[in-house]
Design a binder for this molecule. Structure first.
Ligand SMILES: [Mg+2]
Length: 284
């Protein structure tokens, strides 16, 4: 602890633009993995529209959460129309055969999701123009952290890829592959170091909820101009009142469904789109 106050940042959608793309990637990866790894009876082509809706609802309950938590919510929604995550796959109500196959679904989903993210990162995702400068201006006065739901090794790779200066941070923490250490736990860990004030900057309603539960302040990043407001608040040590968690809303749901539909139709029809074609389609 070098300063009496700390500011933590979510990564995707907060320091990096393009938060909504990831949701589409999640839907495509989960559906594809189910179809290819022994869960095809749960994703029948004639139910595509219903399944898109169920997946979107499940995802929106877990925006910004670790990827395997998102997967379990989606599978639960596809199987039982229950859009909530489970701690353990055994709670998904699967028979022994499917329970064993679930590991394959997880692996395929994980690989595909990473591939889609890597492609989009290469082609489209960039830091908000003011993000790096804001970090550099805050660092002399606050302890800075990253608290992300992204897997730690991917977070580290992303930071380097986008040229963030690691020396500006007192801690850079992502989630672990086993599922532990979500953003909420990271924030509690930061708070427990005894800061006078901890502010978490995030983009999703889940981030807002994590802050509340961890007992830290929340600052919402919506666009590049949010960074100017952040500097302003930080300079005056006056933070806007914590917003109520908000509904991500029908606009996001239709984006997810519209953008996932075409790649999934192509998959069903036997001519799957490449990761690059999917990325172009989402960002066009
Ligand atoms: Mg985010």
């Amino acid at each position: 602890m070098n300063h009496p106050e700390a500011i933590a940042f979510d990564f995707d959608g907060t320091l990096i633009r393009g938060g909504w793309d990831k949701g589409v990637h999640i839907l495509i990866s989960a559906y594809t993995a189910c179809r290819e790894c022994g869960f095809s009876e749960y994703v029948r082509p004639e139910h595509l529209e219903r399944d898109l809706l169920r997946m979107a609802r499940a995802y929106m309950n877990y925006m910004g959460s670790p990827r395997f938590q998102q997967l379990s919510a989606i599978v639960n929604a596809l199987l039982h129309d229950v859009p909530t995550a489970v701690e353990d796959p055994a709670q998904l109500g699967l028979d022994a055969v499917h329970l064993e196959r679930y590991e394959g679904v997880r692996q395929r989903y994980n690989a595909l999701y990473s591939e889609l993210n890597d492609t989009a990162a290469r082609l489209f995702w960039r830091p908000y123009p003011s993000a790096k400068e804001t970090l550099a201006r805050l660092a002399p006065e606050f302890d800075l952290y990253i608290a992300s739901g992204v897997l730690q090794e991917l977070l580290d790779a992303d930071l380097d890829r986008h040229g963030f200066d690691r020396n500006l941070f007192a801690g850079i923490w992502g989630s672990s592959r086993t599922g532990g250490m979500d953003k909420g736990e990271i924030l509690v860990h930061i708070r427990k170091q005894g800061y006078r004030e901890v502010v978490f900057c995030g983009d999703s309603n889940k981030d807002c909820e994590y802050s509340r539960r961890a007992g830290v302040r929340f600052f919402r990043i919506r666009h590049d101009a949010s960074y100017r407001e952040l500097l302003d608040s930080a300079r005056r040590r006056e933070w806007p009142p914590d917003p109520e968690p908000w509904e991500e809303g029908p606009e996001l749901a239709s984006f997810l469904i519209e953008k996932a539909r075409r790649p999934l139709r192509a998959l069903i029809e036997g001519h799957p789109m490449t990761a690059e074609a999917i990325s172009q389609w989402i960002n066009q």
